[in-house]
Design a protein around this ligand. Structure first.
Ligand code: MLT
Length: 397
């Protein structure tokens, strides 16, 4: 018996587990301190009333033999049509038309971003922006793939563009980006689509934060770009859009037009999901289906507005302190330069000890993240304001 020794090439622990452990250790040693977490992008607003009502109705359905549900419908890999229809309506509002069988309901973007790799041969070369959400890198290390990095730096606005001299087969893009908050315009994304088509590559497009976009010049979906259906898979989530981090629901779009080596990837993904996945609970799916209704959209807009205001509070604080940052406008993340040339983990320790505020060290997202630090706007208003006032106190000294 041999283990998958690729796991030995991973860092000892997942970035957010390390941050969590360090925070817990500090709290245990200082039980009197109120530690404010602006680290992992976990939401704090309760679910929208329309979602709660739909979930209550779904619970009632489960209580009666006439309306009880077991496994979901296998026609759409256990996704209920009412939910798939609402996803299609949300895409239609972005000018994108989808077929029901192109939408796969999942338990969130993170799992699908990892699981999708089942579809691709090990010898494929992967291109990942640096810095980026660590899941893309870690899942490919586990699979033993060769990983190339596209530098995202202050010079290119943290938005690397394709280099046609580099050959890659699988390309990850996350826009609005986690962790930098930078977001691609439609023109920039069109270049990536051109690259993927020319290289016969596949774009793995993480759109988990698209609901934070307010600037109409920015792309909300890769499929807003002509030709993307032939080269891109898109991953979406209700986590940040509708506060589902603890509920778990997302959707992945695999267009029928995406064909490689004569095989539609949609067919492979359907085969993979029906074999390894039994779907998302009926109650969760009914809650999710309420998100993109007229009422649900109004209610989630309020929550998104609340987080946007938090982002503005953090941005104003950094402006006052004269600290460079990006993001916070079309994104819930603020990507700040560590003051006094501190490296990312030194600043993490400094902030935890002096201000009792927890953020995420930029170096955890890649080598170009060194010297940067990520704060999230997903905290409560009180915590965000208090964290900013502490930041001003310790950094003005
Ligand atoms: C983050 O903080 O980067 C996200 O919450 C991670 C995730 O969504 O899995």
């Amino acid at each position: 018996m041999k283990i998958n020794s690729n796991f030995l090439n991973l860092k000892d622990s997942y970035l957010f587990s390390t941050v969590g452990r360090k925070t817990a250790e500090y709290k245990e040693a200082h039980p009197d301190k109120k530690v404010i977490r602006l680290s992992i992008g976990d939401v704090t607003r309760p679910l929208a009333p329309a979602v709660i009502e739909a979930m209550h109705r779904a619970v009632d359905d489960m209580s009666r033999k006439e309306t009880f549900k077991g496994y979901g419908p296998d026609r759409y890999c256990y996704g209920y049509e009412v939910l798939i229809d609402s996803v299609k309506r949300s895409y239609a509002r972005k000018g994108v038309s989808l077929e029901s069988s192109e939408v796969f309901i999942s338990d969130g973007a993170k799992s699908d971003l990892g699981n999708i790799l089942d579809l691709f041969a090990q010898e494929n070369t992967v291109l990942v922006p640096d810095p980026v959400y660590p899941v893309y890198v870690d899942t490919n290390i586990m699979a033993g793939r060769k990983i190339l990095f596209a530098d995202a730096t202050a010079e290119n606005g943290f938005l690397p563009m394709p280099d046609f001299k580099v050959d890659a087969d699988l390309i990850y893009l996350c826009s609005p980006n986690n962790p930098t908050g930078a977001a691609y315009t439609r023109e920039q994304l069109a270049e990536w689509v051109r690259y993927a088509r020319e290289k016969n590559a596949v774009l793995l497009y993480d759109a988990a934060y698209e609901y934070f976009i307010t600037d109409p010049a920015l792309a909300r979906s890769v499929y807003q770009i002509e030709g993307a259906k032939e080269c891109a898979i898109e991953f979406c989530s209700y986590s940040k859009t509708a506060g589902f981090t603890g509920v778990r629901c997302g959707y992945t779009v695999v267009p029928h037009a995406l064909v490689r080596e004569g095989t539609p990837l949609n067919k492979l993904w359907a085969r993979r999901q029906s074999t390894k996945f039994n779907g998302v609970s009926y109650i969760t799916q009914m809650g999710a289906a309420a998100v993109f209704t007229e009422e649900g959209e109004k209610q989630i807009a309020e929550n998104l507005g609340y987080y946007r205001e938090n982002a503005k509070i953090i941005a104003d604080c950094l402006d006052e302190l004269g600290i460079f940052y990006t993001g916070g406008k079309n994104s819930p993340y603020i990507w700040m330069k560590c003051p006094y040339n501190m490296d990312s983990w030194t600043f993490f320790d400094f902030l935890l000890e002096k201000a009792n505020v927890v953020g995420t060290p930029g170096s955890g997202f890649g080598k170009n993240g060194e010297g940067f630090f990520r704060l999230t706007a997903f905290g409560t208003r009180e915590d965000t304001a208090e964290a900013c006032s502490r930041l001003k106190t310790v950094l003005k000294k």
